[in-house]
Design a protein around this ligand. Sequence first.
Ligand SMILES: C[S@@+](CC[C@H](N)C(=O)[O-])C[C@H]1O[C@@H](n2cnc3c(N)ncnc32)[C@H](O)[C@@H]1O
Length: 257
Amino acid sequence: MNLQTAPKRFDGIASNYVSSEVHRSSASMSYVQAFFAGRTDLRVVDLACGAGHFGFSLAPLAAHLSFCDPSPAMLRAVQARADEAGLAIFAAEGAAEAMPFDNDSFDVVLSRLAPHHFVDFDRAAKEIARVLAPGGHCVIVDLEGMFDGGVDALNHQLEVLHDPTHGRSYTQIEWCQTLRGAGLTLIEVQGGLSESETGVTIERWCEIAGSGDAARRKIEAVLANASPQDLATLGIWNDGTGFRVPVRTALFIAEKT
Ligand SMILES: C[S@@+](CC[C@H](N)C(=O)[O-])C[C@H]1O[C@@H](n2cnc3c(N)ncnc32)[C@H](O)[C@@H]1O
């Protein structure tokens, strides 16, 4: 996947992410709000912001709120929401691997349900460390890679059918190595989280990502042939009407000391 392809795809489906219940709220977002509770002075950037739900969730705690994404349509959606709410924000077009921000600019860099698209994961982590001010925090919530190679391969097959611009769901170990390698100090790691309390039907999951009917049918066929153990490891279940996915994630908070 190159730097152009994912943003072009997201440009065509930005409105799906504005209304997506999976993206609008989650337990991980509430956890992060609580983590920074009491602050009102934070300089925050939501990186690979999509429709900006994560960034907007921290608006009450922020003195400055920026959003960064390579997709102009996503940034237009973010600006429209800010205008509607009467919030002053800064929306910047750019990729994680080369952020259009000065060194030491932010107290918090957020990125949710997006780093699995980054073309150069290590370079993006170094960029996050560069734009964070000393004492600042990087908060990542992203699709979790699996330790068992067979289950990881199944997960990857499903994710690429769901979104052909999916790069890779990194394991907790890979995230820890990369964040440490960028010079950040890990202060929290949580795995096995879910961005949806109820689980998402395959139909809705594919609708949000604009996967198309052919991909949805292939996903259903792959799930029907998967072993119950592998499905259980991925947190995927059949509610009697069809499969539901948990949108399984891991959360990382790291500090620039
Ligand atoms: C699923 S959407 C993001 C969802 C959003 N963060 C949320 O939680 O609601 C993924 C986003 O990643 C962006 N993206 C893809 N490749 C990127 C890259 N290399 N650098 C930064 N953003 C990228 C896309 O344009 C898209 O808006």
